[in-house]
Design a protein around this ligand. Structure first.
Ligand code: PMP
Length: 320
């Protein structure tokens, strides 16, 4: 029988990850969308699920043990989630970030006891990934590599999808909507719901820049929705997702819907507005009574210094 290494006691904090509420949300008289409130995970994003799961899998398989080192390149929520998970599991963590990420991100990682290595802006996330791979090979550190680690999608397939099925009335989901960064969320949710017998349409929400239809810019992928990136994933293979629908959402609309969601009491970041906009369009296409599910991946506090808050700051400044 295969033996597994026991997890450290601190990992009992695992019960804090996941089991987020799934709530029906309707904006401006539009269709009702079921939204999984992933921003309520302990580090503030859905990435707590994959951080915890990838590390636990590695621990059980003996790839990492108490005091070991974890290294990951991520400009987004994953480095924060890994920093928190490592703090809880007694592991050392190094985040490799491209120059230009916000100070807040660096401070949070350091507060959890992590190290930060910055690569030059020109090298971007690809340069950061290269540095992380070289350093992991040199030092023997464990590199979760979220863009290619199948345990990323598995965490969503086994847990997020199962939670949705438990919470959704009648246990039936017609469409599941998500932006794609690593692809773990969309792939895992689709496989989990499909595997449970739902006839579910996967919907890839893509932020696009430019607002004038017919403009060549119109279909350019937009970088204004952090976390959602094009062409990085080794997990998302469109040809393996039966019935995949790609829904383009103007980035300006993603931001304005995010502001509306915040105004309704959901403290979320831009990818939530992107997901919600695509989910509304999908619900309209499917017609009355369709059950469309999406995720609110992370919290608004990470975006105070971004354009998401520009209109709010100007109103606040005018009022002083
Ligand atoms: N939203 C945010 C805020 C993210 O950080 C990410 C991933 N980096 C996503 C959405 C996309 O999720 P996934 O990586 O599972 O495709």
């Amino acid at each position: 029988m295969k033996r597994h290494n026991a997890l450290p006691p601190a990992s009992r904090l695992v019960h804090l990850v996941g089991n987020t509420p799934l709530v029906p949300v309707r904006l401006d008289g539009g269709p009702e969308i079921w939204c999984k409130c992933e921003f309520l995970n302990p580090s503030g994003s859905t990435k707590d699920r994959i951080a915890r799961y990838m590390l636990e899998k590695a621990w059980r398989c003996g790839e990492i043990a108490a005091g070991g080192r974890v290294i990951e390149a991520s400009s987004g929520s994953t480095s924060i989630a890994l920093a928190l998970a490592c703090a809880q599991m007694g592991l050392r963590f190094t985040a490799v970030l491209p120059e230009g990420v916000s100070d807040e991100r660096v401070w949070i990682i350091k507060a959890y006891g992590g190290d930060v290595h910055i690569v030059p802006r020109a090298e971007g996330i690809v340069g950061a990934m290269r540095w992380a791979a070289d350093e992991a090979a040199r030092s023997g550190a464990f590199a979760p590599r979220q863009f290619e680690n199948p345990n990323n999608a598995e965490a969503h397939r086994l847990f997020t999808a199962a939670e949705i099925l438990q919470e959704i009335p009648h246990g039936v989901v017609d469409a599941v909507v998500s932006g794609v960064g690593t692809g773990g969320t969309l792939v895992g949710l689709f496989e989990g719901l499909d595997g449970a017998g739902c006839s579910v349409t996967p919907v890839h929400a893509r932020p696009v820049s430019g607002t004038i239809l017919g403009d060549a810019e119109c279909c350019a992928f937009s970088k204004r929705v952090p976390g959602v990136v094009e062409g990085m994933s080794h997990l998302f293979m469109p040809e393996r997702m039966a019935g995949l629908v790609t829904m383009d959402v103007p980035d300006e609309e993603a931001l304005s819907i995010t502001r509306k969601l915040i105004g309704r009491g959901f403290p979320v970041g831009p990818s939530s507005g992107l997901n919600f906009a695509a989910a509304v369009e999908m619900a309209r296409r499917l017609g009355d009574g369709a059950c469309v599910v999406t995720v609110f991946p992370d919290r608004m506090e990470r975006y105070f210094s971004t354009e998401l808050f520009t209109p709010i700051k100007s109103v606040a400044a005018a009022a002083v």
